[in-house]
Design a protein around this ligand. Structure first.
Ligand code: C2E
Ligand code: CA
Ligand code: CA
Length: 739
């Protein structure tokens, strides 16, 4: 009975762990004290009949444990041990024979498989712990890498039980688990350093926020936790965007995308975001973890790059690439849904002159001011682009009356461009030529429309600029012929193809011939005799006006010096000649070379020229006047100059434009203009010439009103120098002759 109880107790004891030990130890003590002796047969015959002998049972039980077991009596000598114990330490059965002292066993173990370093110390420690009254646990690391947990359980009345458990696998697993834990901690640390982490529940309420999240959002953790993630919504993304995102994560899928959020202070920041649903045991999301990387700097850089790629750096307007893209979109829409698109090409008139005379900084300033003006005149759906230099383009869509509307816009643009620009303290004036192409009428392709608007713009240039024109199909031909003319003109001067025709001017007081106006002609080898309206603008644009103007002055003075002394010669000047800055020197040289007295030279300038650079032009005019040259204001009343210019510039003569002469007898406004010019001129003691006089009636009226000089077909058409007639015919006779 006692033996059975003892066996049961040992069986408990042998189980891994030491839970049953406390109960077991006294029983074993009892066994030992009761003279139970290993390898001694039991005396109980009835028990022997029912059970195997107790020592056999005990030996079997001890052997069946997976642990090493060694029991010592009060003298610390082996009572019994199992084969696991021997195998664990590589001991022979002789080394663990019952009766062997603990000290010897310890030495055997140390010799067999302990590292030699502190063997003595180890044995001493074990011996001293063996006399302890408490259960002690140690862990031994053997030199073969095994790890053994040793428990020493003292028994009541002396003796002890040693349980040796091989915990190598457990320890390795622990080591691995610890390494894994450390790795995770490391990763989490790295993640927290690098990215923004937020966890929300299914309703979007924030349940976790790392420091980076707090820092970038500007909210404290306390402010974030429990709040809906919506507080960061920047309004950048559409409802559909978020709907798609929630659909994706609600399905348990990972969502990845770039988001723009708004921080507490209102600043926008961009995050590259991966939202991973955390799934419950049923496979459905129970929370969402968002890991975000701050990409604000990259986004800004991208925005800058894309801005630079689509905008003109100087004016901030769209550039050609952006315009073409928008046109393509609009035209594609037009093709699908109908509608219209208008393309306008604008080129400034006189901009080169601003650059040349005032410098590029002033030119840039003008372009910027102009861009602002143009922008202010456009609607929200219009787009304006700077294509380069002084070239702009505008596109408009969805107009009810395309033509009417465009005309309105062009008038506004022309007015805006014509308003003086304040540059470096002076007022500068320029003009604009606008060409227009209409889609779908003129085409449905961006390149084609711009080309056609360009052609229309060239026509405006060739027809006197500062206006607008719609594209017409025969335009290309006209423009090509103009281009040909530009080419031809380069050689025309050296080939002597220019000639001067002279038109007589008469003094109404004396009725006598008093002067000749030189009017240039181009005898083109193919096109025949060309009039200045066809080529002066081209000459000005292509830089040929300087040399041509100089030739005209030379020719006119050389011709006039041969005429009677009382006949003056009037030469028209182009604004380009003024701007070159060498006009005074050129005139002086020509006078000296030709020998024509300065008093016999009149220079005709138009008022539009005066709007440009008043101070320097006044200086040149004064210099010319000082040497005796007469300065005439041509085409008076047609341009922008107010009457105040008459006071500012020291003119000797005003020429009433032929349009007023033409309307003198039929139109009240013309009568009024002529009357007021004459009153003003009389007050300022400036002489007045009327040009374009074609009828006797016009002449009579002009003479009656006090015009000093007359010129017109009535008295003679412009003709080549060899046809000039200086005979002493008075103008009436001439008029009769001309009639
Ligand atoms: P403008 O200076 O006003 O010249 C007068 C124009 O009126 C001339 O045309 C002349 O032929 C024309 N004309 C003369 N009498 C009559 C008339 O009774 N009725 C009508 N309807 N017209 C008349 P043109 O020669 O074709 O010259 C046109 C413009 O070209 C000139 O206008 C002038 O601005 C410019 N131009 C002519 N020659 C030169 C030149 O040598 N240098 C410069 N820079 N410009 C010139
Ligand atoms: Ca003239
Ligand atoms: Ca004129």
């Amino acid at each position: 009975m006692v033996a059975i109880a003892g066996l049961a107790a040992i069986a408990l004891l042998l189980m891994p762990g030491a839970a049953g030990l406390v109960a077991v130890v006294p029983i074993i003590a009892l066994l030992l004290a009761g003279g139970f002796c290993l390898r001694q047969s039991s005396k109980g015959a009835s028990a022997a009949a029912m059970y195997p002998p107790p020592d056999m049972l005990l030996a079997t039980a001890i052997e069946s444990t997976p642990n090493g077991l060694c029991i010592f009596n009060a003298d610390l000598r082996v009572v019994i041990s199992n084969s696991h114990f021997a195998a664990m330490y590589g001991l022979t059965s002789a080394q663990i024979q019952p009766g062997t002292p603990l000290r010897e066993i310890l030495h055997s173990r140390v010799e067999s498989c302990f590292c030699p370093t502190n063997a003595e110390e180890y044995v001493a420690d074990c011996l001293s712990s063996a006399s302890s009254r408490e259960t002690l646990h140690t862990t031994d690391e053997l030199c073969n890498g095994k790890v053994i947990a040793v428990s020493r359980h003292p028994m009541l009345g002396g003796g002890l039980i040693e349980v040796h458990r091989d915990i190598t696998d457990v320890r390795l697993a622990e080591i691995r688990a610890e390494a894994g834990r450390q790795e995770l901690i490391g990763k989490q640390f790295a993640i927290d350093q690098a990215v923004i982490v937020a966890v929300t529940d299914l309703t979007g309420s924030i349940t976790q926020a790392n420091d980076n999240f707090c820092r970038i959002s500007g909210y404290s953790r306390a402010e974030l936790l429990g709040r809906n993630h919506r507080i960061l919504n920047s309004g950048t993304h559409s409802r559909e965007f978020f709907r798609d995102m929630y659909r994706c994560i609600a399905k348990g899928e990972v969502w990845r995308g770039e988001l723009c959020n708004r921080s507490k202070s209102g600043m926008l920041y961009w995050v590259d975001t991966v939202i991973t649903p955390q799934l419950g045991s049923d496979g459905k999301p129970i929370a969402y973890m968002a890991i975000r990387v701050d990409i604000t700097a990259r986004k800004y850089a991208e925005a800058q790059i894309s801005y630079a790629a689509t905008h003109d750096a100087l004016t901030g307007l769209a550039n050609r690439a952006a315009l073409l893209e928008r046109m393509d979109e609009a035209l594609a829409r037009m093709q699908q849904h109908g509608g219209a698109l208008t393309a306008l090409m604008l080129d400034l008139d006189g901009f080169k002159c601003v650059n040349d005379t005032l410098g590029h900084a002033a030119g840039d300033a003008l372009l910027k001011q102009l861009a602002e003006r143009f922008k202010s005149s456009l609607g929200e759906t219009d787009m304006i682009a700077r294509l380069g230099g002084d070239e702009f383009a505008i596109i408009r869509t969805g107009l009810t009356d395309q033509r009417e509307d465009t005309i309105g816009l062009c008038v506004r643009l022309l007015e805006l461009a014509a308003e003086p620009f304040r540059l470096d303290g002076q007022d500068v004036c320029i003009g604009t030529s606008i060409g227009i192409a209409l889609a779908p009428m003129n085409g449905t392709n961006a390149g084609e429309l711009l080309k056609k608007a360009d052609l229309a713009m060239y026509r405006v240039k060739s027809e006197g600029r500062n206006s607008f024109s719609f594209f017409e199909e025969d335009l290309s031909e006209k423009v090509i012929s103009r281009l040909r003319l530009v080419n031809d003109m380069r050689a025309a001067l050296s080939r002597n193809e220019f000639e001067l025709h002279y038109q007589p001017q008469f003094d109404t007081g004396t009725s006598r011939l008093c002067g000749m106006e030189a009017l240039v002609r181009w005898r083109h080898p193919v096109a025949g005799l060309l009039y200045p309206d066809r080529f002066i603008a081209i000459a000005e644009e292509t830089g040929l006006m300087g040399p041509l103007g100089e030739w005209i002055l030379q020719r006119a003075c050389a011709d006039a010096v041969l005429w009677p002394e009382n006949i003056k010669v009037a030469v028209n000047l182009s604004a380009v000649q003024f701007r070159a800055g060498t006009l005074f020197d050129v005139v002086l040289c020509v006078l000296v070379e030709s020998g024509l007295p300065p008093e016999r030279l009149e220079l005709e300038i138009t008022e539009s020229l005066l709007l440009q650079d008043k101070e320097s032009h006044v200086r040149v005019i004064r210099q010319l006047k000082n040497i005796g040259v007469t300065i005439v204001l041509d085409d008076f009343g047609t341009g922008y100059a107010s009457l105040s210019y008459l006071l500012m510039f020291p003119f000797d003569k005003i020429k009433i434009d032929k349009s007023f002469t033409e309307g003198l007898l039929t139109r009240v406004d013309c009568m009024a203009v002529v009357a007021s010019i004459l009153t003003l001129a009389r007050g300022l003691e400036i002489a007045v010439t009327a040009e374009g006089v074609e009828t006797i009636a016009q002449f009579e009226r002009l003479r009656a009103q006090g015009v000093n000089y007359v010129q017109g077909y009535l008295f003679g058409r412009p003709g080549p120098v060899r046809e000039l007639n200086f005979s002493a015919l008075d103008m009436i006779a001439r008029a009769d002759e001309a009639a």
